[in-house]
Ligand binder design. Sequence first.
Ligand code: GLA
Length: 666
Amino acid sequence: MGLTRVPGLLFGGDYNPEQWPEEVWQEDVRLMAEAGVNLVTVAVFSWSRIEPGPGAYEFGWLDRVLDLLHAHGIAVDLATATATPPPWLVRAHPEVRPVDAAGTRLEFGSRQGYCPSSPVFRAATVRLARAMAERYREHPALAMWHVSNEYADHTTECFCEESARDFRRWLTVRHRSLDGLNAAWGTSCWGQHYTDWAQVEPPRKAPGPVNPAQLLDWRRFSSDALLACFEAERAVLKEVTPDVPVTTNFMSVLRDLDYWAWAEGEDVVTDDAYPDPADPRAPVKAALSYDLMRSLKRQPWLLLESAPSAVSWRAVNVPKDPGVMRLHSLQALAHGSDGVMFFQWRQARYGPEKFHSAMLPHGGTGTRQWRETLALGADVRRLSEVAGSTTRAEVALLLDWDSWWGLEAPESMPTDRLRLHELLLSWYAPLHARGVAVDLAPPGRDLSGYRLVIAPNLYLCTAAHADALAAFPGQLVVGPFSGVVDAADQVHDGGAPGPLGELLGVRVEEWRPLPDGVAQEVVTADGTVLSARTWTEWLDASGAAEVLARYRGGPLDGRPAVTRRGSATYLSCLPEDPAPFLDELLATAGITGVTGPGLPAGVEACRRGPYLFLLNHGTEPATVPLPEGDRFTDLLTGRPLPAGAVTVGPCDAVVLKPRPTPEERA
Ligand code: GLA
């Protein structure tokens, strides 16, 4: 059994039958069966059609949809339908609508417009979730609950009075007293000392930079406020249908929500991923987000939404060329997804997403899109046995949301060019290019299963984080501007790297961010010259650290740039290419890519259980050496492959399954 009650890999998409006359539904289920669809997500935005008036439910149409799907062997990821509050609710209770940082209450007429802290909104969602759970608890099509939709999409935060009250309640739990809050927020700066809780407000639009500690707490609170919405619905679903898995769809590498905390309440981690076909870095960015999803609960996850071709929400919505939908879908499977799902099944005829691609396009079944949908369904069936298999990574990249929020505080940092997603990619991309499996991990997690741990940036670093890193026995790399502040965004005594000082054996005297377009030379001990951009530091390594590379030229000439103490390496700069350090670290840690050295450029290699996925994102055929002695069958074609090497066509993939040896067969 897979992630849900459906065996094997999942294949399907969002299905919005309420946008179509019922006779179309018959065609839908017939074509779904033809394509091998076994799961669809239903009712995501259906609140106003299920409950058109307070407590007045109209389930009839949804009953018929679920019955019809079930009759055709299609299971349902059933939404609680709470993503868009209906007109009657927002008109009766205007305070349900969110308020932006400038104080404007946002109008109805789009979607997902709600104040996360509104008791009226929360109570209404819980009522509807209960009604849905009680109605469909025994329905044989029900495979999974889909709570709300993409929390933090459209509404990330709300600045209304109710949110302000909720924020104050949250702050009293965190800081206990007003004295505690004043100390943590450093309100002696700029005359912000509070003498009454009622004076404390969300960080609304102000004349100048907002207190960054206040902003950090606000981001924590906003993630928690949405999480409370999810948890309230989840609790009802678990009470009524304890055995049905619950999910809410995540949005890849998203800054706004602390997904480590969120994943705890998910039975199945699901993700919506929309790599831009026009972005040459799309495959590597997608791979990073998929590895994050797999790492959240360290188990297979599900790609719940992706675009069959173009989206409709970018400035320019480039379609996927022939074969790209398939390749990108196989990529998600390679990184641990137990299925491939799309937004959406049938292309809409109206609304803001009428030009968004779908599995079944406006042009119907005589189209390239439909042919590719059918072919992909067949591929997914061929790979069915991959479901449930897991990935073992020896490298972990550290990601901490508190630190991310602190690092990207506006208008108060040495530079606004340090963006965590880019810093993660700067290490992830070369690992990915070498076919090295990577997990993401929070700094407090037990890291003992890894051989190499990389913290691209740990701006906010507590003593507990530092202790966890000091206890890690393998190779550790810490990137620049780390160990700067504590949990309250206050600079550590003595400056950076604060609690990491002992471990790294260095002290930072001065930040030296580089203007755009300016490069700083860095020379390694063996004379390799590298170019660093964006950031450098005036470092004192006169303690116990060995110097691996020095700056050359300019005011930093001759000063340490990269250091090592024991097995802890510190980079005080951002080399354009960290390869010299990375290759040496991988060698020291005894880590190789899954196919060994020599993975051609543009080819992605991932091992999942016994299966080896090779995906060629390039435009030329690529020959990949195979692990010596092993013999494989390509699961996609069923053909045995010659030993030694395999050639993968452009925009194509092979999924290798080890063939038993003659002895094993006997
Ligand atoms: C998100 C939403 C979907 C749809 C798609 C379009 O993933 O969850 O409802 O709007 O984007 O890309």
